[in-house]
Design a protein around this ligand. Structure first.
Ligand code: ATP
Ligand code: MG
Length: 576
């Protein structure tokens, strides 16, 4: 492709709304353009990368027997009502009415539609295993679209769905998809981890995420340095810490603690470690629709609460909300810094690490006072002990050996074993007849990859201050030719032979034949970031010199006219 004939405009200035390198780079490179918040047009050069990634995904999914389909983006509410998600999904689901005044939405995910597609015609045990996938735009009205394609409102997703006769076979499908995903991200050349995850609005139990490691990643991951344990921090289990406190506050006493509202200030005043104290927190939880309850949660002073664990243990519909200071005051009668469990008229839950506390130092529910010697069981009742703690770097790994290390990641893929969440009679009712003629409920799994997000994650992981460094498997072009004297006869003839050699080998190339200064061409080549750059100029050519640059190492090599082709192939081999 000749630059002079393609629509690609680069820019020297960063877009004002871009916070992270990859977002700046995709805009400055002219790869994509924002139409409105979270909504982008993909230009012709970037679209090549999208297609390459789509094809890798296609190949790997077809290799495990999944079949490509294409489902509607405009969906009527009826299937969403069958699963109950029409009322459960929040404002992220973009809803509207058609001219017949019927409720519709734009597809945010397709569990309902795919189940409806299959349930009427798939009815024998002989029809399984069955899996389908599609690559299609999804619409989610994200509250805060940001980071370019990373969190868009409209974005390209590959979603796949597996259907099996029973749990065992469904888990086999899950494992096959997991392996296919590993092949996909290995082929793309990304540094990623597979981590345990939360199933969120999807339902189901077994679920893992594919996380591309990057400092700006929105997700915190905990990985063990002594085993292959890895989890999203939001679901990372904590082993119980059975070490008793190093100081026990046994004596029953009301102690004046004016102005000491933080755990740290209190610990300093008492000359003790903050882990010997007990903190009391209050949350509003919605256990049933439109029915909320205030609860108290007790933690060791040094530990933080993990809201997702709290939500899951309580079976809450939404993430529990911490009560505001004024709400605590009107509920308990004292500000948050002086609250404790004694005398509370609400359910009290405790973190498992408090099992070793026989008496506690807690707030007195009287402003500026604490109580020592408060005993669980005697002075207040604990509903249950659970793992509510937010795991920390340095914790022992909850499985296998080693200590946990905190890293950040970008979620590019997510796989779920769903069980019968969408197929049971309470939902879309998808069943089949087994070999005894008995009706059985189908088991399901679902699997997503953010196609645009993956491409941008690849740039986030591979760039320098000059521009992107595309992994060759998904680079728009593999070879960038900076032709310094376009139209010059000698270099033109040589170039013809060179690119016909590339064509024969199936290597795509992009020729910068614009009438620009060499400095401009080099800057743009670095910005665009294709794996190998060939610099072809009249002067060097006269000295029998062609320059080849390996972008990932910024390594310059000089070859003769005859060697340049083989050197290009060799550098391509070395490229990431
Ligand atoms: P997140 O936690 O980032 O909001 P999610 O858990 O809602 O994502 P899934 O429903 O698992 O996402 O969707 C499958 C994949 O689609 C994700 O792993 C991610 O790569 C991609 N994805 C999800 N939301 C967006 C978005 N707003 N913009 C771009 N890609 C997205
Ligand atoms: Mg997810």
């Amino acid at each position: 492709m000749l630059w002079s004939q393609s629509f690609l405009k680069t820019s020297k200035t960063d877009p004002s709304d871009a916070e992270i390198p990859s977002h700046k780079l995709i805009i400055r490179s002219g790869y994509v353009k924002k139409l409105s918040q979270g909504i982008f047009t993909y230009g012709p050069v970037f679209l090549r990368s999208l297609r390459k990634l789509e094809n890798i995904i296609r190949e790997e999914l077809e290799a495990i027997g999944s079949q490509e389909i294409l489902m509607p983006m405009v969906q009527s509410s009826s299937v969403w009502n069958e699963s109950g998600r029409w009322s459960k999904m929040g404002p992220e689901l973009l809803r509207f009415k058609n001219r017949l005044d019927q409720d519709c939405c734009l597809g945010a995910t397709h569990e309902e539609v795919v189940t409806d597609f299959l349930r009427h015609d798939v009815n024998s045990y002989k029809d399984f295993p069955l899996s389908v996938f599609q690559i299609q735009n999804k619409y989610r009205d994200e509250i805060r679209p940001r980071f370019g394609l990373m969190r868009g409102r409209e974005f390209l997703m590959k979603d796949a769905y597996s259907f099996d006769r029973n749990k065992e076979e469904s888990i086999v499908a899950y494992q096959k998809f997991k392996k296919a995903y590993q092949n996909i991200f290995d082929r793309v050349g990304l540094d990623y981890r597979v981590v345990k995850a939360d199933s969120g609005a999807m339902g189901g139990s077994l679920t893992e995420e594919f996380q591309v490691l990057a400092e700006i990643g929105e997700d915190e991951l905990l990985i063990s340095d002594g085993s292959d344990f890895a989890a999203n921090r939001e679901v990372c289990a904590c082993l119980p810490n059975l070490e008793p406190p190093t100081q026990v506050f046994e004596k029953e006493e009301l102690i004046e603690t004016p102005g000491l509202e933080s755990m740290e200030a209190l610990a300093e005043f008492l000359k003790t470690d903050v882990s010997n104290l007990v903190k009391t927190m209050f949350f509003k939880v919605e256990i049933e629709e439109a029915k909320s309850e205030n609860i108290a949660v007790l933690m060791r002073g040094s530990d933080s609460v993990n809201l997702l664990k709290l939500k899951n243990v309580l079976g809450a519909l939404q993430q529990p909300q911490a009560l505001e200071a004024h709400e605590v005051e009107s509920e308990v009668g004292s500000p948050p810094g002086s609250c404790g469990p004694k005398g509370l008229e609400m359910r009290i839950f405790a973190d498992q690490n408090l099992k070793v506390f026989k008496s506690c130092f807690v707030g007195a529910n009287k402003k500026g006072y604490h109580l020592s010697g408060v005993q669980p069981g005697k002075d207040f009742k604990i509903e249950s002990f659970n793992d509510f703690r937010l795991a920390q770097e340095g914790d022992p790994s909850p499985e296998g050996d080693g200590k946990l290390k905190l890293i950040r990641g970008i979620e590019v893929g997510h796989i779920f074993y769903l069980g019968q969440t969408y197929t049971s009679p309470k939902s879309l009712n998808f069943n089949y007849l087994d070999n005894n003629g008995k009706a059985q409920i189908v088991e399901m799994g679902c699997y997503g990859i953010g196609v645009g997000r993956t491409l941008q994650a690849a740039i986030e992981q591979n760039h320098d201050d000059k521009g992107s460094i595309w992994p060759k498997a998904i680079s728009p072009y593999q070879v960038h030719i900076s032709w310094l004297d376009p139209g010059d006869k000698d270099t033109s003839e040589w170039l013809e032979g060179f690119v016909s050699g590339l064509k024969d080998k199936g290597i795509d190339y992009f020729i910068d034949d614009r009438k620009e200064r060499p400095g401009v061409k080099f800057k743009d080549a670095d910005l665009l970031g294709f794996p190998v750059r060939v610099v072809l100029g009249k002067r060097g050519f006269g000295n029998n010199e062609v320059e080849c640059v390996l972008r990932c190492k910024n390594e310059k090599h000089v070859a003769t006219k005859d060697e340049a082709f083989d050197l290009t192939l060799k550098l391509l081999q070395e490229a990431i």
